[in-house]
Design a protein around this ligand. Structure first.
Ligand SMILES: CC(C)(COP(=O)(O)OP(=O)(O)OC[C@H]1O[C@@H](n2cnc3c(N)ncnc32)[C@H](O)[C@@H]1OP(=O)(O)O)[C@@H](O)C(=O)NCCC(=O)NCCS
Length: 268
């Protein structure tokens, strides 16, 4: 017999005989699994994603086509004196929509829970012309522009009212394509879906996209004091009180420099 077949025969001879009865070792699940193996879930969901799992959120770039949805969301998420006007949103989505992100879900009027309730309360756009009853729902958005100042200023938050008729390459107010500071002006999640981790996911994904795009040196934002830990957790650093008087003032400057090693909770 060739030598390799001899070794195969030796291996077979050493194996226990086949039997229909389960052996002692296979009759009980391994100690790590209190359930029989066929009942152990094959997908694992981290705790931080469990609250949002029925929403199946996905992120997309925004454009002026999303104006109605962003206007609706902005005024649902922010107090009236802090919400950006429809005109300002139209400006930002038109001139630099690629700096903005939307977090969406989709569903039907028959969908259960808060998503279905919302879909029944307002006409959302259809997600697909072949399934016009399936609605695309904006859960949250990030709206941003670029500016030359190293922090967010009142000028960066403003916009030239004649922007539609008078194009300016480097306007003193509003979006400046040559600016190296990406200014985050709005981060909002619809009140029905706050506290589920969507704000964190949206901020984390958008921040990473801006870093990878290589279109600026830093991100700057202003926020109220209670949100400082939220942004610090995503790697932003508190600079100090902001000079911005937008919405009555009382803001803090926060900045994330791209050339510094990432800070904060990387699992954020
Ligand atoms: C801020 C906002 C975007 C957070 O989105 P969210 O989906 O509710 O937040 P998450 O569920 O991802 O939670 C993120 C963290 O922010 C904290 N947070 C959320 N809302 C907060 C608030 N009003 N005050 C203080 N902390 C808050 C949460 O405690 C959470 O921290 P934790 O994970 O340690 O518990 C959302 O609450 C919102 O749209 N608020 C109104 C608009 C606004 O003020 N935005 C600007 C912030 S400068």
């Amino acid at each position: 017999m060739p030598r390799d077949l001899e070794s195969a025969k030796a291996t077979l001879d050493a194996m226990p005989p086949l039997s229909k009865e389960p052996t002692a070792s296979s009759s009980s699940p391994p100690p790590d699994h209190p359930l029989p193996l066929y009942r152990v879930p094959t997908t694992f969901i981290e705790d931080r994603f469990k609250k949002m799992k029925d929403l199946h959120p996905y992120a997309l770039l925004l454009s002026q086509d999303d104006l109605d949805e962003c206007d609706w969301l902005e005024h649902a998420a922010f107090e009236p004196h802090e919400a950006a006007s429809r005109e300002k949103l139209e400006y930002r989505l038109s001139v630099c929509g690629e700096l903005c992100s939307g977090l969406f879900s989709s569903g039907y009027a028959t969908t259960s829970g808060k998503l279905g309730e919302l879909i029944r309360s307002r006409k959302f756009p259809s997600i697909d012309s072949s399934d016009s009853d399936r609605r695309k729902v904006l859960l949250g958005h990030v709206i941003a522009t670029k500016h030359t100042a190293p922090v967010v200023t009142d000028d960066s938050m403003d916009f030239a009212k004649d922007w539609k008729t008078k194009y300016q390459l480097a306007p003193p107010v509003g979006h400046n394509e040559d600016g190296e500071t990406i200014c985050l002006h709005s981060l909002g999640v619809h009140p029905n879906f706050q506290g589920k981790g969507l704000g964190k996911v949206l901020l984390q994904g958008w921040t990473q996209r801006m870093r990878d795009a290589g279109i600026g040196k830093r991100i700057a934002l202003i926020c109220h004091e209670q949100f400082i830990p939220f942004y610090e957790g995503a790697g932003y650093t508190k600079i100090g009180p902001s000079k911005c008087q937008y919405g009555g003032g009382g803001w803090f400057d926060m900045v994330l420099e791209f050339d510094e090693a990432p800070k904060g909770d990387l699992d954020f």
